[in-house]
Design a binder for this molecule. Structure first.
Ligand SMILES: *Cc1c(COP(=O)(O)O)cnc(C)c1O
Length: 386
């Protein structure tokens, strides 16, 4: 079945007791047993819950995976995956990763003896050079955040596979509608379901999908042992959000395309970073591994006589009324932010500079509003920020 159908039906059947079409929210923490150890598949909701299991089955189907695991946040999913590692192990990680992923590697895992090397994986030779005998995991995010660099998933997986190292792809920005890393050789996919998968900015959640039996078993054990599980209510909301994911992604892509083209031709804009740009340095990879460019756009304003570019960016964001100045992304509403001050404030200033994250860089998460209203809002902010 195609993804539009899977998003609505995978893992779901009308409830056998009532016929309810939508999966019930089972809030029970515990489940009656006919006798000790004799239960209907559920004993305690941290270990398994009917609403969560349904979400996990649906999410797995969307990534073409055999197993799905839901977590209390994207960071909870990441932390749980990183706990498959042992002191002395090494991670090769794409540079320009989600700020919270860098933070957990640098501030939580490093003191526990797990080190990481950050590489620009658009250079496959440098990626191969970063691999060490003790490298036990490769982690990448594409499109990257906030520079929207594109890494060749198949190319990186080939390098890792030669050494028997698992590859985890953070597919939060692209979603399975636009990109399917498992089919390109990845071992597992991680999502912040807070973003596009739920899509309505009302849940914090994470998901991992994999077809690797050993990895799935390890993660299933850690999910229960470490306990970073989502509430049944949140699982219900994400499951509901998934049903419209393919439709929403269509609109995120078409609105994004329109806005990006408008920004690229705007005299007040000095640079646009956008995976759908014909001039994107990894254009060929985009065409090969993505079905669409997504809704994320980053750009830099031209300076003004009234101060630095960063000052102008601040004025620009404050002047918007349809766009909301906020962290996060992937919701139905358009969001805008300054990575250096907001989402990437935990990344050291020199690292930000090396990655090209200027203090004035602006990141947009294009929502699904009428695109003319979005253009009008930006246009107004351009003039008042000059
Ligand atoms: C938000 C985000 C995360 C972390 O997810 P949370 O749900 O906020 O914990 C990880 N990766 C990417 C790409 C993200 O955007």
């Amino acid at each position: 079945m195609k993804i539009e159908t899977l998003a609505i039906h995978a893992g779901q059947h009308p409830d056998p007791t009532s016929g309810a079409v939508m999966t019930p929210i089972v809030l029970s923490s515990t489940f009656a047993q006919d006798g000790p150890g004799n239960h209907k598949g559920y004993d305690y909701s941290r270990s398994g819950n009917p609403t969560r299991n349904t979400l996990e089955a649906c999410a797995a189907a969307l990534e073409g995976a055999r197993h799905g695991l839901a977590f209390s946040s994207g960071c909870g999913a990441t932390t749980t995956i990183l706990h498959t590692l042992r002191p002395g192990d090494h991670v090769v990680c794409g540079d320009d990763v989600y700020g919270g992923t860098f933070r957990v590697l640098d501030k939580v895992m490093k003191p526990m003896g797990i080190t990481a090397t950050y590489v620009d994986m658009s250079d496959l030779a440098r990626t191969a050079e970063a691999m060490r005998p003790e490298t036990k995991l490769v982690w990448l995010e594409t499109p990257s955040n906030p520079m929207l660099k594109i890494f060749d998933i198949e190319g990186v997986c080939a390098i890792a596979k030669k050494r028997g190292v698992p590859v985890v792809v953070d597919n939060t920005f692209a979603t399975p509608v636009l990109q399917q890393p498992l089919a390109l050789g990845a071992t597992a996919v991680v999502h912040s379901s807070t973003k596009y998968l739920n899509g309505h900015s009302d849940v914090v959640g994470g998901l991992v999908m994999t077809s690797d039996e050993g990895f799935a078993q390890q993660l299933r054990f850690l999910q229960n042992a470490m306990g970073a599980v989502p509430s049944p209510f949140d699982c219900f909301l994400v499951l509901r959000g998934l049903k419209t994911l393919p439709v929403r992604m269509d609109r995120h892509c078409s609105n994004g395309r329109h806005l990006a083209q408008w920004l690229m031709s705007h005299p007040d804009v000095s640079r646009v970073y956008y995976p759908g740009d014909e001039q994107h340095p990894q254009r060929a990879v985009v065409e090969r591994q993505m079905k669409g460019p997504g809704g994320m756009i980053s750009f830099v304003l031209k300076g003004s006589a009234r101060g630095t570019v960063a000052d102008r960016s601040q004025r620009f964001l404050s002047a918007l009324t349809v766009f909301t100045c906020a962290e996060s992304l992937g919701g139905v509403e358009s969001l805008i932010e300054l990575p250096a001050v907001m989402t990437h404030a935990s990344v050291p200033a020199e690292t930000r500079a090396a990655l090209g994250i200027d203090d004035g860089l602006i990141r947009i998460s294009t929502g699904i509003e009428a695109v003319d209203d979005l253009v009008g809002d930006l246009d107004h902010a351009f003039s008042v920020s000059r």
